[in-house]
Design a protein around this ligand. Structure first.
Ligand SMILES: NC(=O)c1ccc[n+]([C@@H]2O[C@H](COP(=O)([O-])OP(=O)(O)OC[C@H]3O[C@@H](n4cnc5c(N)ncnc54)[C@H](OP(=O)(O)O)[C@@H]3O)[C@@H](O)[C@H]2O)c1
Length: 394
């Protein structure tokens, strides 16, 4: 018969062990987080209150997380940033949205276009992601951060390699450090299909950035800051993309459209889909994942035909640094990849803490050797879908 004092001692040991394991109940399952693994506690708000990181996996859950919170968007004046800010302002009730970028004129233009009643919530912060001190100032009291600032023009990166590295790689490191110092809760960094098996510096710099954000979860320690990456393909109609180029050529009376290669394929995503996907990842992320949306593919030649059926196409050949097909998940990534209804999740190769959330969402591991590439997709945009997509693209 154990003595009462030893029962009290073992009850105390059990309570300490349970606290150390941080058992969390979110209504649908239990997530066990071992503090020995050294990672942050999933779903703990900055004010110490508990909420599940997986209380919802959809857009609505992501939006509701932003209510009453401060959000910073690096590259907030870019194609993604503007749509992200508009979506959040329309569908959430944030306390503050900070638009962080370098060019005052782009910020001024954005300010002019935004409804006047949003003005008290929006803050335009001039800054460069290369400048860590400025980022430290911008991130004070920020809860959520989307890192969208980047140099993304492939030939410009080849011609000015160190400029690309300073913004895309050192900039990523600065965002990580500033977010850790400020105790930002969630950071999502935007990546690109060009970062998977990269063949140009832009892709390689984004791969380095992805690695920096994923490894940043190692640095959070007892903090609540978590980092994840969203990787997707070409955004229809974004600055510098092929749709505005073809439109301009057609409007100026071109006698043909240039097509790099009849076989060339690309993934395509709309701006709104990209924004909604990032928002949903805020609700789903545990830290260290690369989220990849399931999106359709198209042939560049079909796009040219859909935009100008009467114009002949001239094959101009693949440019240096371009791939015939893009890949988002390589065979080597497949070992850590789970499939959900609307996305793939590449789990970190090194587990920062113990979590098993994706099985609960009916995720299943993909087959060994699986590859998600624009030519092997089972969802294709034919002429009709392309025309519908183009009609919605400003
Ligand atoms: N567009 C696509 O097809 C696509 C596809 C996949 C992934 N992505 C990724 O999505 C993200 C956003 O792309 P986007 O299409 O929105 O690009 P974008 O329209 O070119 O916008 C880039 C934004 O970053 C800002 N920026 C550039 N350098 C900066 C610096 N050093 N410091 C602070 N801000 C800086 C720009 O403003 P200032 O010049 O005024 O600083 C601008 O606000 C990028 O990370 C890109 O790699 C894009």
């Amino acid at each position: 018969m154990p003595r009462p004092s030893s029962i009290i001692r073992s009850a105390g040991r059990m309570a300490r062990r349970l606290r150390a394991m941080r058992l969390q109940w979110d209504g649908t399952g239990v997530t066990i987080h071992s503090s020995k693994a050294g990672g942050p506690k999933p779903g703990t708000a900055a004010d110490g209150s508990e909420e599940s990181a997986l209380s919802g996996t959809g857009l609505e859950a992501g939006l509701r997380m932003l209510d009453g919170r401060s959000i910073l968007v690096t590259g907030g004046t870019g194609s993604f940033g503007r749509r992200f800010v508009e979506t959040v302002m329309r569908h959430a009730r944030p306390r503050r949205v900070i638009i962080f970028s370098r060019d005052e004129f782009k910020q001024y233009e954005m300010q002019q276009r935004m409804p006047a009643e949003w003005a008290p919530t929006l803050r335009y912060f001039i800054g460069d992601v290369r400048d860590r001190e400025r980022l430290n100032l911008a991130m004070r009291e920020v809860d959520f951060c989307v890192h969208a600032a980047a140099l993304k023009h492939v030939p410009a990166a080849e011609y000015n390699p160190m400029e690309c590295i300073h913004t895309n790689v050192y900039g990523a490191e600065n965002v990580v450090r500033a977010a850790l110092s400020a105790g930002v809760r969630r950071v999502v960094a935007l990546s690109t299909d060009k970062a998977a098996n990269p063949i140009n510096l832009y892709g390689a710099s984004k791969l380095a950035s992805d690695k920096i954000f994923i490894a940043a979860n190692n640095l959070s320690g007892a903090l609540d800051t978590r980092f994840a990456v969203v990787r997707y393909g070409n955004v229809v109609g974004s600055r510098g993309s092929v749709v505005p180029l073809f439109r301009k050529m057609v409007a100026e009376g071109a006698d043909h459209l240039p097509v790099t290669d009849e076989r060339m394929t690309r993934f395509w995503i709309t701006l709104q889909h990209g924004v909604d996907f990032v928002l949903s990842c805020f609700a789903m992320m545990q830290g260290g994942e690369i989220f990849v949306p399931k999106i359709p593919s198209m042939r560049i030649a079909d796009l040219a035909r859909a935009m100008a059926p009467e114009l002949p196409q001239k094959i101009v050949g693949i440019r240096p640094g371009e791939k015939l097909h893009e890949v988002m998940i390589t065979e080597d990534d497949s070992r850590q990849t789970y499939e959900l209804t609307d996305r793939y999740v590449i789990e970190p190769a090194f587990a920062f803490w113990q979590h098993a959330p994706y099985e609960r969402l009916n995720a299943r591991p993909v087959a060994d050797g699986f590859r998600y590439a624009s030519d092997g997709n089972d969802d294709w945009l034919d002429g009709e879908r392309l025309r519908a997509l183009l009609a919605e693209t400003p």
